[in-house]
Design a protein around this ligand. Structure first.
Ligand code: AP5
Length: 216
C-alpha cells in the first residue's frame, strides 16, 4: 500500500527540514512545491517567471498553475510507492485535487502532521535560514549551522538566503497561511488523519515525535 504524508504548518515551522529526514528514513521522494517553483525560477522558465511574481510578494501561486505542476511531478514513477508532500496542498481546492490524483494510484493521504510554532519563533527561524543552491538542503545560522560558513555540508554548493524571508514578506506569508491554508486543519481533522506536532522543540525531538506518529 503506498504511503502519502502531507506536512502542514506555517512558514518556518520546519516542514522542509522534517521532510528531508522522513524521506531519508522511509526512502520516499520529498516533493516540495516551493522547491519546484524555485528550481524553475533558477532556470528562468515561463513557470518560474510567473511563480516569481507571486512568491516575491508572499502570495500563493494560482491553483491551476500549481496543480498542473504537481500533477506532472506525480506522473513520474518514483511517486508510485508514496511521497512526503511539503507545501502542497495549500488550500482546500488543492487538497480536493490531491485526493482525486492519489485515487488514480490506488492511494490516499494517510497522515497529515501539523507542525506548529508561535509567530516569533517562525520569524527568527526564517531570518536565519540558509538554503543550498544545488539541492535545497536547509540550515540555520544558529539552530542548525553548516560546518563551513555558507557551504552545504552535503554537496558543497553555496548557501543562499531566500528573497521571501525578508521580515515584511514573512509576516504576509504567515497571514496568507492563516487565511488560506489553515482551513486544511479542519479538512483533515474531519477525515481523522491530522496529528499535531510541537514544532518548537529541537529538530531531533520533532523528528522523533513525527517518526513515532508515522510508525503508529
Ligand atoms: P514554500 O517554499 O513551501 O515555503 P513555506 O511553506 O512558506 O515554508 P518554508 O519553506 O518557509 O518553511 P518550512 O516550514 O519548510 O521551514 P524549514 O524546514 O525551512 O513556499 C514558498 C512560496 O512558494 C509560497 O509563499 C508561495 O508563493 C509558493 N508556493 C509554494 N507552494 C505552493 C502551493 N502549493 N500553492 C501556491 N503557492 C505555493 O525551517 C525554517 C528554518 O528553521 C531553517 O533554517 C531550519 O534550519 C530551522 N528549523 C527547522 N526546524 C527547526 C527546529 N525544530 N528548531 C530550530 N530550528 C529549526
Amino acid at each position: 500500500m503506498p504511503t502519502y504524508i502531507v506536512l502542514l504548518g506555517p512558514p518556518g515551522a520546519g516542514k522542509g527540514t522534517q521532510a528531508e529526514i522522513l524521506a531519508a528514513n522511509f526512502q520516499l521522494p520529498h516533493i516540495s512545491s516551493g522547491d519546484i517553483f524555485r528550481e524553475n525560477i533558477k532556470k528562468d522558465t515561463e513557470l518560474g517567471k510567473l511563480a516569481q511574481t507571486y512568491m516575491s510578494k508572499g502570495e500563493l501561486v494560482p491553483d491551476d498553475v500549481t496543480i498542473a505542476m504537481i500533477r506532472e511531478r506525480f506522473s513520474r514513477p518514483d511517486c508510485v510507492r508514496g511521497a512526503i508532500l511539503d507545501g502542497f496542498p495549500r488550500n482546500p481546492a488543492q487538497a480536493d485535487d490531491v485526493e482525486g490524483m492519489l485515487k488514480g494510484f490506488g492511494g490516499q493521504v494517510n497522515l497529515v502532521p501539523l507542525i506548529t510554532a508561535p509567530s516569533d519563533v517562525l520569524i527568527l527561524r526564517l531570518a536565519g535560514r540558509w538554503t543550498c543552491r544545488a539541492n535545497g538542503h536547509i540550515f540555520h545560522e544558529r539552530f542548525n549551522p553548516s560546518k563551513q560558513s555558507r557551504v552545504c555540508d552535503f554537496d558543497g554548493s553555496p548557501l543562499f538566503q531566500r528573497d521571501d524571508d525578508k521580515a515584511d514578506t514573512v509576516k504576509h506569508r504567515i497571514e496568507v497561511y492563516q487565511n488560506q491554508t489553515a482551513p486544511l486543519i479542519d479538512y483533515y481533522n474531519k477525515r481523522g488523519i491530522l496529528v499535531e506536532i510541537n514544532g518548537s522543540a529541537p529538530i531531533e525531538e520533532v523528528a522523533a515525535h513525527l517518526m513515532s506518529a508515522l510508525n503508529k
